[in-house]
Design a protein around this ligand. Structure first.
Ligand code: S3P
Length: 178
């Protein structure tokens, strides 16, 4: 068992990883890191620009790098990942030994949250621009087994408020530390 055990949030776009992560970190009084924000900081570009100029592979390389850096921090932290961080096995292997919380949600809920931005081709989610519900449904099929394989905690987010979700995360984390 590694000495520093971070809390890592995984799940599809729109499942609330950044919002819940920030609140959870505040409630636990630990630092918060968002890997999408970190990718933008290290590259000096927005995620949409990285995809448009260099393509997904370059984005995924940057994502792997910032995830590895975040997980190597010595202060226990809450880390929100991008929805596709689980696609690479090197990333999945890095998550072993940490609290990995899967914020599980139905694609219809996710599309209702993130679809408006996608329809305007704005924001940091270029992969769903053309068809938010269709793309999220396909991603859900592809990624569910991956989220399942890495997660130590599963929290269903449909029909629950942020406070309830943060509470559920905290109880589950405390329970798995006992
Ligand atoms: C992606 C999710 C996005 C962002 C990028 C790719 C994905 O992050 O990393 O657009 O492949 O699911 P969020 O999950 O924070 O929206």
């Amino acid at each position: 068992m590694r000495s520093v055990r971070h809390v890592v949030l995984v799940g599809l776009m729109g499942s609330g990883k950044s919002t819940i992560g920030r609140r959870l970190a505040g409630a636990m009084n630990v630092p918060f890191v968002d890997t999408d924000t970190a990718v933008e900081a290290v590259s000096g570009r927005g995620i949409r620009e990285i995809f448009a100029e260099d393509g997904e592979i370059v984005f995924r390389d940057l994502e792997s790098r910032v995830l590895r850096d975040a997980l190597s921090m010595e202060t226990p932290s809450v880390i929100a990942t991008g929805g596709g961080a689980v696609l690479r096995d090197v990333n999945r292997n890095l998550l072993a030994g940490h609290h990995v919380v899967w914020l599980r949600a139905e694609p219809t809920l996710l599309a209702s949250r993130v679809g408006r931005q996608a329809n305007k081709a704005s924001g940091h989610r270029p992969l769903i621009d053309d068809d938010p519900l269709g793309r999220l449904t396909a991603m859900s099929v592809e990624r569910r087994p991956l989220y399942e394989s890495v997660s130590t905690i599963v929290v269903d987010v449909d029909d629950r408020s942020p406070d309830e979700i943060v509470g559920a995360c905290r109880r589950a984390i405390a329970g798995s530390e006992a």
